[in-house]
Design a protein around this ligand. Structure first.
Ligand code: COA
Length: 166
């Protein structure tokens, strides 16, 4: 765990430091169901969802951006009480608890915002680090869409839907 890491709401000024590592994750196409050629402006629009969506950054004391997450209302109408969230940690800072801290923060905020559940719609089954992290944060694996994701090196792999009550 990085000492003195702070998680706060992201501001537009944070974007260049976020995109600096997000771009590589998007272009790799291994973990996100985004087009690999998503432009920076499309990414920015998607990553800053309208309220009640939120965008967070994890920063070091010198304000280096270590990772980012966002949360959204996953459904509308009668299912509007279910939230969702997405996460990207700078690979240069992964394995030091940033993803876990962002996950805990997003869950706490979603509870405070009155959501009753959180659902992850598309967790790629080969992303074993993420699957283990989400399980340890209380998410259950509800089902796996067979061949739901076309991985650039593994080919068609399963896509998990994960869920927890808040
Ligand atoms: C998945 C991701 C968010 C995890 O963030 P992170 O900051 O590296 O995660 P953490 O350091 O909090 O570690 C989480 C768990 O991963 C595992 N882990 C950490 N470092 C690891 C390593 N080098 N190798 C394998 N597993 C590792 C550990 O089990 C750890 O759990 P612990 O807290 O019990 O030790 C990050 O790797 C990432 O952004 N990946 C690319 C985008 C992505 O996959 N997003 C999620 C889509 S569902």
């Amino acid at each position: 765990m990085l000492a003195a890491m702070l998680i706060r709401e992201a501001t537009p000024d944070d974007w260049p430091g976020m995109w600096a590592f997000m771009e590589g994750i998007v272009r790799a196409g291994e973990t996100f169901s985004w087009d690999r050629d998503t432009t920076e402006s499309q990414a920015r629009q998607m990553w800053f969802p309208a309220p009640p969506g939120r965008t967070f950054v994890a920063v070091s004391p010198d304000e280096t951006i270590l990772g980012t997450a966002n949360s959204v209302r996953n459904h509308r109408g009668g299912a509007a009480h279910i939230s969702s969230a997405s996460f990207m940690v700078d690979p240069a800072h992964s394995g030091h608890g940033v993803g876990r801290a962002l996950g805990e923060h997003v869950l706490k905020q979603a509870r405070e915002d009155g959501f009753r559940a959180m659902q992850f719609n598309a967790v790629v089954e080969t992303n074993t680090r993420a699957v283990a992290l989400w399980r340890s944060l209380g998410f259950a694996l509800m089902t796996t869409l067979p061949e739901g994701f076309h991985h650039p090196t593994h080919g068609y792999v399963g896509l998990h839907i994960m869920y927890q009550r808040l």
